[in-house]
Design a protein around this ligand. Structure first.
Ligand SMILES: Nc1ncnc2c1ncn2[C@@H]1O[C@H](COP(=O)(O)OP(=O)(O)OP(=O)(O)O)[C@@H](O)[C@H]1O
Ligand SMILES: [Mg+2]
Ligand SMILES: [Zn+2]
Length: 513
């Protein structure tokens, strides 16, 4: 007998429908066709064992399993369930009639239980788009899929339960997930890490507020213990909450990477990813034998924090150039090419020199000028080109550290950031791919950042006097645009330019560049 049912395969962060056809005829053996990878071949063994342990029979005849279309590459262990069910239906052990309404997906363990798989969210989105009534999947994946409204998400524990459901012997209520708008936001003001924890450091907080407002990449330069990591961790709390679309997109990436827990539906917080400098290149940018998104994509719509930037190998930093420019990464291997979104704010940190105390207010730096130079130069010019702001972090004074000063909380800073971002949304309302000042190309800079002659000559003088490199020019203007937006000014005033110039320390010649 011939039976078909449907499943899905992930490509990048989207899914494609796959038809599983089973034909049982005279002869012996099981034959899998349609480009199955090793995991699918292994699924034969799991299916046999699951049948044995569930009191089900593997057909004694010739069983041909075809995964179509043959042209798409199929990965992973999620095919166990659809293949098993198609075999059972073709051998008369399960009803056929409901099969056309559902996407089936899930890995079988040897005893017939279902184990969760990766990438359920894009699969559910595609199932709805393909007009399926529902999706049958491991119960642990149900909440993740239930984010998609209008699809019956049937969470099941084991193979026998799927048969009972398809035979109409049991009713399984579709999983419910309510997208509360409040759910998409951090609960107001209740951040685990809040800017009010950071004592003093007023001008550094100001710089970070500018970066968050304009979406500017930043590098923090400061001695050990000066608070760089502490500050970076708190940046997501002052970026406006994820919109529903952003939340969906970011959650899809985490779904494909298998980084969502059973409880989670849509991600509510902007991601903060802090990969270690010994992380592999694949883990950072994505790829691998069966392609997975890397840290830069897990940071999509959030923050990628690279602590101790010079410790990252040069190759690692080079591969960041494309995603920083294009807001996505294309991973090409012999067998595939996939694309993952990677639109993040880069926050990097570094010591000012090998000993860590160059420019320190109280401690002496023991490094030679040359070694400071070499240290800074470990970060390539082209990467530095994509970092708008350099923030020097000096340690907070002891008196402030022990005092009981009340510091401004993240919620208050966020309010100002939201106002500045609203101005930017209006400015870029005609352009679908630019939302923040940081994303302006040079044509947009000419259009939206006209300088008065006073501002302009201040900038030229500063560039000459401080020996700033040419690359500093446009970055200073972009950041000044954000400073003006925070002040609610249409025009970029000389004070805005002056403040912005202060955020280019690594361009100064006396810092080795
Ligand atoms: N302004 C501050 N207010 C309150 N605590 C602070 C402040 N600055 C530093 N600290 C304390 O010092 C600790 C060390 O800070 P942090 O780890 O952020 O420093 P760092 O600059 O990242 O250092 P390293 O270069 O060693 O990574 C923090 O955990 C925090 O307890
Ligand atoms: Mg640190
Ligand atoms: Zn030093």
């Amino acid at each position: 007998m011939f039976v078909k049912c449907y499943t899905s395969t992930i490509y990048g962060i989207s899914a494609n429908k796959v038809t599983v056809e089973v034909n049982i005829s005279k002869g012996i053996g099981m034959h899998l066709v349609g480009l199955p990878d090793n995991a699918i071949k292994e699924s034969q063994e799991r299916i046999r064992s699951a049948f044995d342990n569930s009191g089900l029979k593997m057909t004694g005849k010739k069983c041909v399993v075809n995964l179509a279309p043959a042209s798409i590459r199929k990965e992973g262990s999620g095919y166990d369930l659809p293949i098993a069910i198609a075999i059972l239906a073709a051998s008369g052990q399960c009803h056929v009639d409901k099969l056309e309404n559902y996407i089936l997906i899930g890995e079988l363990s040897l005893n017939g239980d279902l184990t969760p798989i990766k990438g359920v969210l894009p699969i559910a989105i595609e199932a709805l788009a393909d007009n399926f009534k529902g999706i049958i999947l491991p119960v642990e994946n149900a909440n993740e899929a239930a984010v998609v409204e209008g699809l019956d998400v049937i969470g099941v524990n084991n193979l026998l339960q799927v048969i009972q459901f398809l035979n109409g012997d049991c009713i399984i209520e579709p999983a419910k997930y309510e997208i509360l708008s409040s759910d998409l936001y951090y609960e107001l003001g209740e951040y685990e890490d809040d800017f009010s924890d950071v004592k003093g450091q007023r001008h550094i907080k100001r710089a970070i507020e500018i970066a968050a407002s304009g979406g500017h990449n930043v590098i923090m330069i400061g001695s050990p213990g000066s608070g760089k990591t502490m500050l970076a961790k708190r940046i997501p709390t002052i970026i406006p909450p994820l919109s529903t679309n952003e939340a969906l997109e970011t959650t899809k990436i985490h779904s494909v990477a298998g980084k969502l827990g059973a409880e989670s539906g849509l991600l509510k917080k902007r991601p903060f990813r802090a990969p270690h400098h010994l992380t592999s290149q694949v883990a950072l940018v994505g790829g691998g034998a069966s392609p997975q998104p890397g840290e830069i994509s897990l940071a999509h719509n959030g923050i990628l924090f690279l602590d101790e930037l010079p410790e990252f190998g040069r190759n690692m930093l080079e591969v960041l150039r494309q995603p920083l420019e294009d807001k996505k990464i294309v991973v090409s291997r012999a067998k595939y090419t996939v694309e993952y979104p990677a639109n993040f704010i880069l926050v990097a940190s570094m010591n000012p020199c090998p000993c860590g105390y160059f420019n320190h207010p109280t401690k002496e730096c023991v490094c030679s000028r040359n070694s400071v130079h070499r240290y800074i130069n470990r970060i390539s010019g082209p990467l530095l080109d994509r970092i708008d702001m350099h923030i020097e972090v000096t340690p907070v004074e002891n008196s402030l550290m022990v005092g009981d000063s009340v510091e401004e909380c993240s919620q208050d800073i966020l309010r100002r950031v939201v106002a500045a971002r609203t101005i930017q949304s209006q400015r870029f309302s005609d352009c679908s791919y630019v939302h923040t000042n940081a994303m302006m190309n040079s044509k947009m800079i000419r259009k939206y950042c006209k300088l008065s002659s006073e501002s302009s000559s201040l900038l030229e003088r500063a560039i000459a006097k401080l020996s700033l490199s040419a690359r500093a020019h446009d970055r200073i203007i972009k950041v000044a645009r954000t400073i003006a937006d925070l002040a609610g000014e249409r025009e970029i005033l000389p004070t805005h330019i002056a403040e912005s110039i202060g955020y280019r320390s690594l361009d100064r010649e006396n810092w080795g560049r």
